[in-house]
Design a protein around this ligand. Sequence first.
Ligand code: PLP
Length: 347
Amino acid sequence: MREVDLRSDTVTRPTDSMRRAMAAAEVGDDVMREDPTVRRLEEMAAARLDKPAALFVPSGTMANLASLLTHCPRGAEVILGDQAHIFYYEQGGAAALGGIHPRPLPNRPDGTLDPADIEAAVRPQDVHFPRTRLIALENTHNRCNGAPLSPDYLRQVGALKDRLGLRLHVDGARIFNAAAALGVSPAELAAPADSVTFCLSKGLGAPAGSLICGSRDFVEEARRMRKVLGGGMRQVGVLAAAGIVALTEMVPRLAEDHARAGQLAAGLEGLPGIRVVPAALRTNIVYLDIAPEGPPAAELAAALAARGVKMLAASPRRLRAVTHHHISAADIDHTVAALDRLQRAPH
Ligand SMILES: *Cc1c(COP(=O)(O)O)cnc(C)c1O
């Protein structure tokens, strides 16, 4: 039976090219800054986002946490979306480990926060209040339909944080997807931010790793935070080597994943019992809402899995499908046919 795993782009396995690069990687102790492959990856990441420096960390969660810890002293407040990965999926680590107070604002369906809401949420100087320090945005926005945030919007929030004396962090786990969908450079998306993180292990297919990009001083301090969080790694050039291949060989092909996601959305359009959440600009994430009379998402996901197609139950009535480099046009056809058969004859 054909296996089509659309649960996440994190299920991607390293390519043969990555495995060759990993086997051949020159390495050293990276805590002593002696791993030449890590240094090369960090320089490459900084250049791609046009920031002065970058830091390799084990995961996207640690990248966000180390960034927030670097921006915010204990008791400071971060303004972020109520659907943000940092708020939703990271165990509240910034609060639990950093004493950072979250101020969630409603995400609009396109993944943005209303700038007027941001401004209204900033705390005045008052002994009762925490001090607002940081705004955090997400690009692309995972829970908001994989929506890419535009350069115009990011510049608007950038100007706002400058006027208000705040800082801006962008969780850019999929920032290269955003750039590909918008037809702009990742550097343009990163420009208004003081710090940007991105993942090598999502659609870019590397086995592990994320980067934190920012000013030299910021990245120096983030390096301390990485160490206290237990993220100082030694001969980790074996992973960085895969990351270099991810940046050079996988970034240019992301538009294919977006095309496959578009093919999936179009194929499922009009199927009985489900509604494709429409996207103004599709990246690699497709959400499907199940009609009220239909089964719970977990049940539909299980029935699909029995037919070789895996999706994620993102909420009780919503499935998520994510395309990536293992998903072909034929896999999408198979997926549409499987869901079509299920919806017409559930048993
Ligand atoms: C996956 C993801 C992360 C965290 O990455 P991990 O490597 O799973 O820790 C952070 N932000 C967003 C938007 C993500 O999709």
